[in-house]
Design a protein around this ligand. Sequence first.
Ligand code: 5AD
Ligand code: FES
Length: 347
Amino acid sequence: NKDMKIVEKLYREQTLSDNELKTLIETKNIEATQLLKKYADETRQKYYGKKVFIRGLIEISSYCKNDCLYCGIRRSNNKAERYRLTRDEILTCCKNGYNLGFRTFVMQSGEDGFLTDRFLCSIIREIREKYPDCAITLSFGERSYESYKCLKEAGADRYLLRHEAADPNLYEKLHPKKMSLENRKKCLFNLKELGYQVGAGFMVGAPYQTTEHLINDLRFLQYLQPHMIGIGPFIPHHNTEFANNKSGTVELTLRLLNIIRLMFPKILLPATTALGTVTPNGRELGLQNGCNVVMPNLSPVKVRKKYDLYDNKICTGEEAAECRGCLNRRVKYAGYKIVSERGDYAF
Ligand code: 5AD
Ligand code: FES
């Protein structure tokens, strides 16, 4: 059938026309859907086998000067509980993580003015010195070229900055006026120029998002050529403008993961916490649909509920003091295997 032909073409040529992408994103054809998933998994296995890379996520601050309309830690949410980890707390997370087999640490935070280059560089230098066999990934939002340069020179390897929405009209609907898509894109190109391995990405099923917007996101990613692509379903947060909007669906998220795997065969593609939040086996499904990375939480349990981007976020309770063991079982059950490696891009 016609939709299966489109899948075959995507597998062969790693790209499609806008019309074909639209058909594929929207198809309800079961055979085409199954074939797409099969090719996505084959491609993932061609480059990464059954390997799953893990990244230890350390959420170092929930202060944020931005006001993204969808996000639970936006500045105007005065009910959000704010915290900042100390230098020692961050280093303790790394130590625990290293002992659990993590060889990548991801430090993430809201856009917190307290996180100066001086403070961050000195922590990065210390992690770099203590754990020379680990990759250091940063996710601190938009900063200046000089700041990114300084963090890179201190020893950071990678940077995650989702572009969020490549279409200017959608970007505007999801962000306050003073945030600019232009600057966000500029940041991503600056990071690439500085030699970071770069991750971009977007939410699936965000308010106002159409198939055309998603196609625009894929085109932007083809232009940027990142090393990682982070996507997960939008999930409403009760203290935001979008409290009453619907979450993105598992089906559409998996569909986009499949397409991304085929368009970017070697990409590092996480099965996200948001996907694991919209359905209990979401991350396992992600792994079976092209993903090859999971990013369990290494933050101290006492702050986990405060890094509250969306409602019902998993791995925030006492039971999650040890995500490593839980994920090991889950990944194994899904048919894959967690490895204790840095997990760099397959250049
Ligand atoms: N639902 C899903 N993902 C969200 N993010 C922020 N708020 C939400 C939400 N309500 C995502 C953004 C951001 C990443 C850290 O979390 O895409 O880049
Ligand atoms: Fe965190 Fe299961 S992975 S509790």
